[in-house]
Design a protein. Structure first.
Length: 396
């Protein structure tokens, strides 16, 4: 370490010791302390201003963190919605575009809060350390001035005054007073101005915050209205399609024993009531249980007609029941829903197939809710659930 550096360091140490000694003497009342009530009020306002700004910065940071978390949750929800919305539903491209717009709005909102609101608040807070350092410097210069004033007073009041020392002490006191008053006067001007400026800074900062929030929610509301309109259209369109299907009777399959003219004479007005899928019996038909329909299935009304007996005429102009089976045909039913046989003795058919209902070979095998029949299309014979079919009545 050079001699110059050693001298500078020693001077700093000496000043620190003198200032510390002056502080101790002032606290015990053995040294006078310069008082400035106006500056004291300015310091109180400055500290209060800094505390409010720091709390505002803390809560704004927490608010932005919550906005980011909300954006992450929203993006995850939008991704699931895109997967949920099927391609054959109403206008999937528009829905995907609207969800992308919402994601972009979240991104812009986050950027607006971070780049304008939080950044401006940080710039405001960065000014406090500058004033803090200037205030600390003012405190040091005040201690130097008080110490030089005490030294000068002690020489003036000495029993044997030393004019040379007194003159030097007076010059040192004047120098310290000048440095102190210079920085003190600056702070007397700057601190009140900085304190009053807080209103404009905070107001502008909050305007940016709430403007960004209002813009975000307004634009999100517009896009959300479009999504609501599209989803309501989807729901209503689907409901109309389901209603149309419920009101449309099933068409008989090709190969039905009735030709077009005969089908016009059939009374199919009651078939539309049975378009809901019937529920099969919970147990096998051979366990004696009665098949039960689902609680959401409309019960098919039972229409009672006179049994149709076997036609023994040789007239080929109209198909006869005897040509389909040698068994006596009690009546005919039309399948309103397809049924797949699960046991060897069961009968399979598709919606629209005509089935000739015949008697059981063995009455002991008959179960409630099940019928024995012959499919006029496949010529297969077996038992089947009655609630999958509708009895056919012919107009006379």
């Amino acid at each position: 370490m050079s001699e110059t550096s050693k001298g500078a360091f020693a001077k700093v140490v000496q000043k620190t010791l003198v200032r510390t000694k002056t502080k101790v003497l002032q606290r015990v009342g053995k040294a006078d302390k310069t008082k400035d009530e106006v500056y004291k009020d300015n310091i109180a306002s400055f500290q209060r201003q800094q505390g409010v700004a720091m709390r505002l910065q803390k809560e704004t940071k927490h608010y932005i963190a919550c906005v980011k978390a909300m954006s992450v949750a929203a993006r995850n929800l939008y991704a699931v919605l895109k997967e949920t919305y099927e391609e054959d539903w109403y206008d999937p491209q528009t829905l995907s575009g609207n969800l992308n717009s919402l994601e972009l709005l979240h991104t812009n909102y986050e950027a607006e809060l971070a780049e304008r609101v939080y950044a401006d608040l940080n710039d405001y807070l960065d000014q406090f350390p500058v004033y803090k350092e200037k205030m600390n410097k003012r405190s040091r210069k005040l201690l130097d001035y008080d110490n030089s004033r005490r030294a000068y007073d002690s020489l003036v009041t000495a029993k044997k005054p030393d004019h040379t020392k007194t003159s030097k002490a007076q010059e040192a006191m004047e120098d310290c007073k000048y440095l102190y008053e210079e920085i003190n006067n600056d702070l007397h001007k700057e601190l009140p101005r900085f304190y009053e400026n807080r209103v404009e800074v905070i107001a502008n900062n909050l305007v940016k915050l709430f403007t960004a929030e209002a813009t975000f929610h307004t634009n999100c509301g517009k896009v959300s209205d479009k999504l609501v309109e599209q989803l309501e259209t989807l729901a209503s369109t689907h409901a109309e399609e389901m209603e149309r299907l419920r009101q449309t009777p099933p068409k008989p399959a090709s190969g039905s024993p009735f030709n077009a003219d005969e089908s016009e004479g059939l009374d199919l007005s009651s078939l539309s009531a049975g378009l809901g899928s019937p529920a099969k019996s919970n147990g096998h038909h051979g366990d004696g249980g009665t098949p039960r329909a689902s609680q959401h299935t409309t019960r098919v009304p039972q229409v009672v007609h006179s049994p149709v007996h076997e036609n023994t005429s040789n007239d080929d102009s109209e198909p006869s029941y005897s040509s389909l089976s040698s068994a006596t045909v009690l009546y005919q039913v039309m399948a309103t829903h397809p049924y797949e046989a699960e046991d060897e003795d069961e009968l399979s058919f598709e919606a629209g197939h005509i089935v000739n209902v015949v008697e059981y070979d063995n009455d002991d095998e008959q179960d409630d809710g099940w019928l024995m029949g012959i499919n006029t299309i496949t010529q297969a014979k077996g038992v089947f659930p009655a609630n999958f079919t509708q009895k056919i009545s012919r107009k006379t």
